[in-house]
Design a protein around this ligand. Structure first.
Ligand code: C2O
Length: 506
């Protein structure tokens, strides 16, 4: 293992990835931001200097952070915002058993929407699909709003500035940071691993390449038994690797990333939902005239069916020791400033504590609740438990939910209300494992995870606006071990510094 050092500057710059100039929030003046490429077991050191006018924090999506929950980068949960003009050094070890495709992004308010995101690739000879391909290619999908929303104050704090269900939809979609002209220039007759990452904030994409079958071999870091598809639906924060074989006639082909407006039920009349790029091999790049696959686009707003996601390495879940049932909904709420639509998990709309993050409350001792209805916090007692988490979606749209610090098994999903013993759950002893999954509209999911990782972990909808509106709960695991963390003292000091106008409680 090696230590990998990165120096990052986060700043506000003018940019125009889709042709409309606006303020972007970026790391090292790149969109997407810098690639972090490491080996399993490496130590990662990222020194982040915040040159913006608002506080920020950087989260390492999918990293297990064993023993380093305080490096998870979750504003109001594991740290205070990095104040403007100050820096923060993230330092943690990549779990030696972790490999595959991940990403990083700002985890403060809705900032990542404005550009603070980038890929993480972890190599390991232990990855079951290691060395089964000739080339490695990143395809990053994201949405872009024409207006710089954070500066307009349109973040979680005044989410209610929108009418119910009127979260701002994207104005354009990007492939590798470009609305048009993104190109993959490859060699003929090779097998390429395309790492697809949805770094958008609202929209599910459906990805395809004309005339080419894609073989799905990884979901969220877990190697899969290969399954051939024409189209890959990918929701916010999810990752897939697909093998592309460049064995068709030499030339150029359309690469398609289609935004699924029907899934979030918000339309933007000016939005061209089909984002096009070009794949070329064996020829000089030209404008492709290839046509889309003719079979129906899967429009059910769901992940690849779990029967298609079969891990290559079987890992049978232990039996559960505790079941937690949580509902999610949106409700009109009377606030001091008027009526807002907020998001609720059970009866609570999460609000981050930017001066006393949950982790610090446990670190200092004292926080002792069980299912606390003001912070939407569930404390897992001081022994390792296996939790069955049932999430009931009382909303008509599907939502991509992510659990920090864990990989969970997907044991079931369906429409309507989950009823133990009646609703179908998997009987497979090799169920899918991942870190982000889509909860169907008016439906439910059942996931299982082993709560063995000390710290405070967010479980939330990854749609930026929804998290900002409170669609988040926390698990505090093994609290007495949290008290033994060696948290750098400057982390507490940063909590006493003003973090700027736009970073507020949500
Ligand atoms: Cu990708 Cu809580 O984050």
């Amino acid at each position: 293992p090696t230590t990998r050092y990165f120096e990052w500057v986060v700043e506000e710059v003018n940019g125009s990835p889709d042709g409309v100039e606006r303020v972007m929030l970026v790391v090292n003046r790149q969109i997407p931001g810098p690639l972090i490429e490491v080996n399993s077991g490496d130590e990662l050191v990222v020194n982040v200097f915040n040159k913006m006018t608002n506080g920020t924090s950087i989260h390492w999506h999918g990293q297990l952070q064993n023993g380093t929950n305080f490096m998870d980068g979750t504003n109001g949960i594991t740290q205070c915002p990095i104040p403007p003009g100050m820096n923060f050094t993230y330092r943690f070890t990549i779990n030696p058993n972790q490999y595959g495709t991940y990403w990083w992004h700002a985890h403060a308010s809705t900032q990542y929407t404005d550009g603070i995101y980038g890929p993480i690739v972890i190599h390991s000879p232990n990855e079951p699909i290691y060395n089964t391909y000739d080339g490695d290619v990143l395809v990053i999908l994201s949405g872009l709003l024409a207006q710089y929303l954070s500066s307009a104050g349109i973040d979680g704090s005044n989410y209610g500035g929108f009418n119910p269900g009127a979260e701002p939809p994207p104005d354009s979609g990007l492939i590798n940071g470009k609305m048009i002209g993104s190109s993959l220039d490859l060699q003929p007759n090779l097998r390429y691993r395309i790492r697809l990452i949805n770094m958008g904030t609202l929209t599910q994409f459906v990805f395809s390449i004309d005339n080419h079958v894609l073989s799905v071999v990884e979901a969220d870091g877990i190697s899969l038994q290969p399954v051939d598809v024409h189209r890959v639906p990918i929701h916010v924060a999810q990752r897939y690797s697909v093998i592309l074989t460049t064995n068709q006639t030499a030339g150029s082909y359309n690469v398609r990333a289609e935004m699924q407006e029907t899934c979030y039920k918000l339309s933007n009349p000016n939005l061209n939902t089909m984002v096009l790029g070009t794949l070329t091999y064996g020829a000089t790049p030209s404008t492709p005239n290839t046509v889309d696959w003719s079979d129906a686009i899967p429009l059910d707003c769901m992940d690849l069916n779990s029967t298609m996601i079969v891990p290559l390495v079987q890992l049978e879940p232990p039996s559960s020791t505790q079941t937690v049932q949580v509902s999610m909904s949106f409700q009109q709420t009377v606030q001091s400033g008027g009526t807002q639509v907020l998001a609720f998990m059970n009866n609570t709309s999460w609000e981050s504590d930017t001066t006393n993050p949950t982790l610090f409350q446990f670190y200092k001792g004292g926080a002792q609740t069980n299912f606390d209805d003001t912070t939407q916090l569930m404390v897992v007692n001081d022994e390792i438990t296996t939790i069955d988490l049932v999430l009931l979606n009382y909303d008509d749209s599907s939502h991509p939910f992510h659990l920090h610090g864990h990989v969970f098994w997907i044991l079931g999903e369906g429409d309507g209300t989950y009823q133990p013993g009646i609703s179908p759950v998997t009987t497979s002893n090799n169920p899918p494992r991942r870190d982000t999954l889509t909860v169907p509209g008016f439906g439910w999911i059942l996931i299982r995870f082993v709560a063995d990782n000390p710290g405070v972990w967010a479980f939330h909808c990854h749609i930026g606006w929804h998290m900002a509106a409170g669609l988040l709960m926390q698990f505090a695991t093994l609290p007495s071990q949290v008290q033994q963390f060696q948290i750098p003292s400057y982390m507490e000091e940063q909590c006493t510094v003003q973090s700027g106008g736009q970073i507020n409680n949500r």
